[in-house]
Design a protein around this ligand. Sequence first.
Ligand code: NAD
Ligand code: MG
Length: 392
Amino acid sequence: MRKIAILGATGSIGASALDVIARHPRDFRASVLAAHRKVDELVALCVRFQPDLAVIADEALETTLRDKLATAGLSTRAAGGMAALNEAVAGDLCDTVIAAIVGAAGLESTLAAARAGKRLLLANKESVVMAGALLLDAVHAGGGELIPVDSEHNAIFQCLPGGRPELGAAGVRRILLTASGGPFRGRKRADLTTITPDQACAHPKWNMGRKISVDSATLMNKGLEVIEAHWLFGAAAAQIEVVVHPQSLVHSLVEYADGSVLAQLGNPDMRTALAHALAWPQRIDAGVTPLDLIRSGALQFEAPDRDTFRCLDLAYQALQTGGTAPTVLNAANEVAVAAFLEGSLPFLAIPELIEATLDAISAEPVAGVEHLLHTDLTARQTAQRKMQQGFC
Ligand code: NAD
Ligand code: MG
């Protein structure tokens, strides 16, 4: 019986993970559930899954959580704040951690799980973008394992030989990351001047949280995933190519020196990647509708439109610059996306704000987690200031 901590239990990945866990009650138990502020949703999940511990990241809500758990007659303990979350992740209550908090807020708990040697199921791509080398070091030092849950990286993991091979020695030539193209595929800049948050969040293939939905619409999601692939698989930027595939059935591919290209296919449903990562190296039912290739029809592949969706190249540039540049990219993107979702920044200004922030902050070699957290904060403040100054 594996004991699973789900960080971001009230989110989209959290729901998919709990669905898979509920299908296998003899193999998996949700022992720790954590959320940001949605106490009622967290308590409802506790009623259903009876975890040992529920953690609300906003410390001010700890008492409310405790009272509501007691009123519901549950023996689930309550905790509040990020320190409590990091402690729970590192402790005996879990052996597997699903890192599914959105954004840089997930960095410290992801690192805590890695250091503690847990099986780390990584959905929180922002943490590997910010702190790729530190995270891999922490996994190594902790003696646990990291299994990617992001569907593309999970696909690549499945297409590579076992273990974490050196790509050259394994005969890998390139990694092909597929992208749906998002809701605005085929549109040009002139068509994107009045995009609303709801339009940007209406993803054609995946039902996800709002931040990653906007990232998919700008192609920053793919940019973050290029950086993620660099760290997770030791691939140079030039070895990672993005291919737009609107059907979202091929989740990514690995090209080998002999000309073989291995792909992982399936219906677009995050439960496949989560079930794979939970059970690896076994295979279990994920509740996903089987792929019917005859009904799904033709599969298309095309080049991304890098002029319209500039975030992709900004991410490649940050990867090539290295050091703290990806942390700045990520922080500026989080500020820009939040402002866009609030209605205070136009869609097309998202890459402009990121670029202006990257230009304002020189990249430095990464000195440690504190340095990255400081860089993250500085980049957020810079991006906010630039917005107030009407940078564009
Ligand atoms: P979501 O917005 O649906 O859920 C986010 C979760 O994080 C919620 O449970 C929320 O309570 C929690 N959270 C937010 N801020 C927090 C904070 N400051 N402290 C603690 N908890 C906090 O997001 P999602 O779509 O589930 O995405 C989660 C992560 O997984 C993101 O990093 C995203 O890029 C990644 N991911 C998501 C998908 C997907 O299909 N949804 C696919 C691949 C990767
Ligand atoms: Mg993905």
